[in-house]
Each structure stands twice: as C-alpha cells, then as structure tokens.
Design a protein around this ligand. Structure first.
Ligand SMILES: C[S@@+](CC[C@H](N)C(=O)[O-])C[C@H]1O[C@@H](n2cnc3c(N)ncnc32)[C@H](O)[C@@H]1O
Length: 255
C-alpha cells in the first residue's frame, strides 16, 4: 500500500482523466443491458483517485461507493468528485468492508495486487456484496503482460507472482475461470492489449484480462433495489475530519 501512497503523493492523478478500460466496458455493457438508467448501486473497490467514479457518474443513473486503502488516493478522489451526493468514499482495505449489497462491482486493476489469501477474501467480497443477478466488472494483469511480467523478484512457491515496487500476480485465463467461474456466470473473459500514458511521462504497455460476470439471478433484468446500505463495521467521520490524513481504516472520507 505504501507504494500507492507514494504514487499518488508524488504524481497525483497518475493516469489523468482517462477512465480504465474496464470502466468503459462497464458503461457499454450496462447500456446494452438497458441498465444505465436503472438507478443502480455501484461499488468501485480500489477506486484510486476516482477517475472511474467520475466517468461512471457522468454516464449512469446510479449511486456510487468508492473504497480505497490509500488516504492520498481518497483525498484526490474527494477533490475530483467535489462533494457529489451520489458518491460516498471510504478509506478501507477491500478485505475489511461490509457495505451492503450492490448491483455492480467494479474492480479495475486491483485483483493483481492481492496475495492468494486476499484474493480469496476478494471472492468472498464478491459473493457478499453483489445482489443476485449483480454484475462484476474486473480487470487484472495477464501472464502475457509485456512490460511488468517477470519484473522484480519471483515469489517463492507462487507461480506468476513477483515483487517489484509491490506485489503483482499475473493470471491465466484458466485460473480466472477457476477462481471466478464458480461464483459467477462468466459472460466475458477476454484478453486485451492497450497502452496507458501516465501524467509523469511514462507510457505503460499492458496485456490484461477483462472479466464480466454475473451472480446467479433471482430475478431477471436489474437486480437493484433501494435501502440496502448498512456499512457495518465502518465509522462515518464528521465532515470536519475530511482533511485529517491520520483517519483510520474503514472511515468514511467525506466529499
Ligand atoms: C492500480 S491502482 C488502480 C486504481 C483505480 N482502480 C484505477 O484504475 O484508477 C490500484 C488501487 O488499489 C488500491 N488498493 C490496493 N490494495 C488494496 C486493498 N487491499 N484494499 C483497497 N484498496 C487497495 C491502491 O491504493 C490503488 O489505489
């Protein structure tokens, strides 16, 4: 996590205003399913500085919750989202959250940062936070990533995992089908190649997996409903603490 604190502290909005590939796909997919005006509840885990929340907010009739473990990220997200009442931000590790049920869960480029036990917890989070018929939009690094795969030190006993500036795991399609296919109907499991310019001058070349999956549906169409917002185990902070950088994990980051 320190790595991400450093990135955001030194570079700020490191990928600028451009949304992630999976956020674009989410909008296209939700629109094609007729859900873009359905008043959805959307959770963005590992939301970073909020580039995807800003993009989704401008395109979907929905309410949004963003969660990230980096206070620097959430400070930037709060500024970017400018107190929009449709967006709530929480400082928390995704392993620790309990925020009720959502129609849509976005996880852009965060799964590959998780170690095996944390990936298990992520899968538990998917089961616990998506309503029946809810949609997961996930992107994660592929073993064919040309720039990052093999960079750093191999993690003993773990295939396709390395420690460079932080931990990175690279997935195969079979592995994702195993890990997520048991929980979800996998509508899309697709490898994409793209470049991502950084505001510090870097230009990253990625090969990543895109997953679009749906939990078993109790109902057809939108699985949404209102009022399911318990936020158990999270402390909501008074507004006057918004600039307190020592806020503890699991705290609402008021926008
Ligand atoms: C590669 S960045 C992607 C950020 C954002 N999804 C985007 O595409 O702009 C990964 C983000 O995940 C956050 N993160 C990493 N591990 C996390 C965890 N266990 N719980 C919550 N956030 C985490 C980092 O702080 C960072 O903001």
């Amino acid at each position: 996590m320190d790595h991400w604190q450093d990135v955001y502290r030194h570079t700020g909005a490191v990928w600028g205003d451009t949304p992630s590939e999976i956020a674009r796909r989410a909008v296209t997919d939700l629109t094609s399913r007729g859900l873009h005006r359905a008043g959805l509840r959307v959770l963005d885990v590992g939301c970073g500085y909020g580039r995807d929340l800003a993009y989704l907010r401008d395109r979907l009739d929905a309410v949004f919750v963003g969660v990230d473990a980096s206070p620097a990220a959430l400070d930037l997200a709060r500024d970017r989202l400018a107190g929009d009442p449709r967006v709530e931000l929480y400082l928390a590790r995704l392993q620790d959250i309990d925020l009720g049920r959502f129609d849509v869960l976005l996880a852009a480029n965060v799964y590959h940062l998780l170690r095996p036990p944390e990936r298990d917890l992520f899968r538990r989070l998917v089961l616990g936070h998506l309503r029946p018929g809810g949609l997961l939009y996930l992107s994660t690094a592929s073993v064919r990533d040309p720039q990052h795969y093999g960079a750093g030190r191999a993690v003993p006993g773990e295939v396709h995992s390395f420690i460079d500036r932080g931990y990175l795991h690279f997935s195969t399609g079979d592995e994702l089908a195993d890990e997520l296919g048991g929980l979800l109907r996998m509508d899309v499991l697709e490898e994409i190649e793209y470049r991502e310019p950084r505001t510090d001058g870097g230009d990253h070349h990625h090969v990543s997996w895109i997953v679009i999956g749906r939990t078993p549906a109790a109902v057809d169409g939108a699985a949404h409903g209102a009022g399911d917002t318990p936020a158990k185990g999270l402390r909501r902070s008074p507004r006057d603490r918004r600039s307190n950088s020592s806020c503890t994990d699991g705290e609402r980051w008021d926008g």
